[in-house]
Design a binder for this molecule. Sequence first.
Ligand code: PMP
Length: 429
Amino acid sequence: MQKSIELFNRAQQHIPGGVNSPVRAFKAVGGTPPFISKADGAYIVDADGKQYIDYVQSWGPMVLGHNHPAIRQAVIDAAQHGLSFGAPTEAEVVMAETVNKLVPSMQMLRMVNSGTEATMSAIRLARGYTNRNKILKFEGCYHGHADSLLVKAGSGALTFGVPSSPGVPADFAQHTLTVEFNNLDSVAQAFAQHPDDIACIIVEPVAGNMNCIPPVAGFLQGLRDICDQYGALLIFDEVMTGFRVALGGAQQKYAITPDLTCLGKVIGGGMPVGAFGGRRDIMECLAPLGPVYQAGTLSGNPVAMAAGLAALQAIQQPGLYESLTERTQTLAEGFKALAIKHKIPMTVNYAGSMFGLFFTDVKKVTNYQQAINCNNTQFNLFYHGMLEHGVYLAPASYEAGFVSAAHDTQIIEQTLAIADKVLASVAAQ
Ligand code: PMP
């Protein structure tokens, strides 16, 4: 840990909290974050040379595991021809065609540089298209850090106790209505109060920023129906679930068609990329076709497109998602069995290759209140035990974990053997 400690001390001199994104700082779990020097497959290696089995996978994008040879080669090849042109390229056309093939509801799409840009732009478009002001989101869902979305948000905002950020004017926040995930009554009430002024519902179809909470049966369909009834748009934020819970994302897994979809992470294969898209008539409102403005100097840049296309090509291999789901299930059911063995109250949720551990005696965690009432002391003990034994989980209890194609059955078994030891010591505390 010596090198990481030195780097963290230096980092804190010039970078707020020593990190470029808050959750990385380990504030929630305490201690020094390992500084990472390289990654391959299921593993990351820190600056001191210690190797970890990684279940963060860069917060989701590495569906195929780190440093995938085809993606690496595509980046090297693209870089030979220049890093950015600020002019259209063939790769962008192929990207749009590929995304449309995999996610058919995205009849048209725009590339951006992050998930935050994707959601921010989709919201502006929804407002422009409907000519309405308000948006409806769910408590504990995180959609990036644009002003109107940092109201009762999840992820780091929740971890650090500032779900509604200072710096967001009350005048903006008043247009963000926040209701309960998996509770259609709360959605119906909000629409009854503002029948003509809600532009859209934005939702993580599987919530992954208050740990991992899948939708209960009928929830997503209920959102679709309410949007149709009131003329609001349904936006699926699939930044985390896209190409993750199924090849066609959560909309394929749960068979619900949103009006707009936000993507990120995976379509860059690890490069800084996002996209938003959806119904043609809505997307045609964007400049230069329509009046809603949205732009980006580096959007669709050739290196990112090359990485993304290589990733999207590789994830289409037959059987990939079946095996990802199967291994995630083995891992999740394994954690559950170990918790029972060590008499630790725990629930494990999973959807596709996303999973989340809740230290709670609630049998089925379906909402925000249950997620935030878990035993953080036990989580932190578990977290540090796993880290010490070489398993890297997200350093906060409100984050989902990710299994990649590189996590083979042996790695899953090894993880469970380590969890057995660590849970025994948690139980002994
Ligand atoms: N939406 C969701 C569902 C996310 O999980 C995230 C990031 N974790 C974002 C949006 C924001 O993406 P980015 O960090 O790339 O801006």
